[in-house]
Write a protein that binds this ligand. Structure first.
Ligand SMILES: [Cu+2]
Length: 224
């Protein structure tokens, strides 16, 4: 018969082998592919405040590189457990261009609207036809925090410069945005089978199913 101290030791060793109840050690890696011919890099003409804005800004609405599509928001739906923690995000205005062009932030996050430009901007965010924020930004260096409490796709425009456009997707679960080559990664996922919803501003939605292992990465390819 073993002594109690030995039994405790054995139990501790066994528990160490078990994953914690809500382990989130899984990951989803993926690539967003664009099947058509890559569009040529386009520029949007600047017809106002050219001394501050330049003659044109890049058109970021369809960016393809090496067959990969950038600026696609990937959301993993149906993940159990707590929602992602709110973050402090930023939306800059730099040479009359929003940076970043597309971002995803957890609901409840605060986004600082920033102007780096010596011209008046008026930043106007919409979900559908409802205004989320409408903020005049007359001063360079100005920083105005906005809390994003409603999930959805916020389209951002500048009322002064009609070429300026950005998208802020306010998400309720894990999400990522595809990078320049179409790659993305969503980390800290518990094991399970999930629906992945991809969204692109011009090409719309794609849906895929994935099964994330308890420890390791699932991979998925999203095709447009
Ligand atoms: Cu502007």
């Amino acid at each position: 018969m073993s002594r109690p101290a030995t039994r405790r030791h054995t139990l501790a060793a066994l528990l160490a082998l078990l994953p914690p109840a809500a382990a989130r050690a899984g990951e989803l890696h993926g690539t967003v592919r664009y099947a058509g011919a890559a569009p040529a890099a386009a520029a949007l003409p600047v017809h106002k405040d050219q001394e501050a804005c330049g003659a044109s800004v890049p058109d970021e609405s369809l960016l393809v590189s090496g067959g990969g599509l950038a600026n696609v928001v990937i959301q993993v739906r149906g993940v159990p457990g707590p929602a992602p923690r709110p973050v402090r995000a930023a939306l800059d205005q730099d040479h009359c261009r929003f940076r970043p062009h597309v971002q995803a932030v957890p609901v409840g996050s605060t986004m600082d609207i920033v102007s780096s430009d010596p011209v008046l901007h008026n930043v106007h965010g919409w979900i559908g036809r409802a205004t989320v924020f409408n903020q005049a930004m007359p001063t360079p260096g100005q920083r105005v925090p906005k809390r994003l409490d409603r999930p959805g796709i916020v389209q951002v425009r500048c009322d002064v410069h009609d070429w300026m456009s950005a998208w802020v997707v306010v998400v309720e679960g894990p999400a990522a945005v595809s990078g320049a080559g179409g790659g993305f990664a969503v980390e800290d996922l518990p094991a399970g089978s999930y629906t992945v919803v991809a969204w692109h501003e011009r090409l719309g939605e794609r849906v895929a199913q994935v099964t994330v292992p308890a420890d390791g990465a699932a991979t998925v390819e999203i095709r447009y």
